[in-house]
Design a protein around this ligand. Structure first.
Ligand code: AMP
Length: 291
């Protein structure tokens, strides 16, 4: 049983109650939605602030979605602290936390999945088989449950954002997707719930990731359009010291996520690597706006 010490913020644990509230709210209010897996940080809270500006009522979901984790991934050790999350969301004047358990979201006989083809063949999809199907499926379910007018997603998870945007268009889902820029620590590290896994030495090494993105932005701003040259410089920075195991450094078309060799249209430089056992991702968008 979750105690609710908050006077203005509701904590809803069942699909039927959330759907009922959403129906009532939609009679005369707009709903802004921020889906999360909890263990909140300033990145998540920035999305909540953006949703508050857009909509009359803000719903935040906290659900560590089991079907987006592979068998060897960190589902069981993913950090969780509902009490702390609820306090932070109350301070942001969140209206509703939707906090279902696994059984509420997935019946035993559950068998319907949303697969966004092609986009999941790139970047993280190459090593995380089924991950984006798990994400697209849970986000579709959450949209059906929370019935939002707006849903805010972070650019930190660039491929996830692209997959969701494609899915919403393809399935005519009646929600507007709002991208939000990546929120970083003062020293440049992209905020992530997984940063908590890092030792202080790993935390220091992880800074090479954002430093390499800044270098790529500088090269792009100085007029370099050869993807190979930018990739090489990024790779060199990531290998300044031992301890970063690079999974990919990809420069791709911002819409299709296909690799490109020359930066002509809007492009994304995306990095995934392991620092110790922790898998970190980060990216930057390379467009003429950077010039
Ligand atoms: P998660 O709890 O990691 O599933 O993330 C929930 C939402 O927060 C997703 O839309 C993420 O892209 C977004 N998010 C996570 N970290 C950041 C960050 N550092 N800056 C902006 N958005 C973020």
């Amino acid at each position: 049983m979750i105690a609710n010490h908050f006077t203005d913020m509701k904590i809803i644990r069942t699909v039927s109650e959330m759907q009922h509230h959403a129906d009532e709210l939609r009679k005369d209010k707009t709903i802004g939605f921020v889906p999360t897996m909890g263990y909140l940080h300033e990145g998540h809270l920035a999305l909540v602030k953006a949703a508050k500006i857009l909509a009359d009522v803000v719903v935040v979901s906290i659900f560590v979605n089991p079907i987006q984790f592979g068998p060897s991934e960190d589902l069981s050790r993913y950090p969780r602290d509902f009490e702390r999350d609820a306090k932070l969301l109350d301070e942001e004047k969140t209206d509703i936390i939707f906090y279902p358990d696994d059984g509420e979201m997935y019946e035993k006989a559950f068998s319907t999945y949303v697969e966004v083809k092609k986009l999941e063949d790139h970047l993280c999809g190459k090593t995380r088989a089924g991950h984006f199907t798990g994400v697209a499926t849970v986000v579709t379910k959450l949209f059906n449950i929370v019935k939002p007018h707006y849903a805010v997603f972070g650019q930190k998870d660039y491929q996830q954002l692209t997959v969701i945007e494609r899915m919403v268009r393809d399935l005519n889902q009646d929600v507007k997707i709002i991208p939000h820029p990546t929120i970083r620590e003062a020293d440049g590290l992209a905020m992530s719930s997984r940063n908590t896994y890092l030792s202080s030495e790993e935390r220091r090494k992880a800074l090479f990731i954002s430093a390499s993105l800044r270098k790529a932005e500088e090269m792009f701003s100085s007029g370099i359009r050869d993807a190979g040259e930018i990739r090489k410089a990024v790779n060199t920075i990531l290998h300044t010291e031992d301890g970063i195991d690079v999974e990919y450094i990809d420069i791709c078309d911002a819409m299709t996520l296909e690799d490109i060799s020359t930066l002509e249209k809007k492009a994304v430089l995306a990095i995934a690597c392991r620092v110790g056992k922790t898998r970190l991702i980060d990216n930057t968008i390379l467009t003429e706006a950077l010039q």
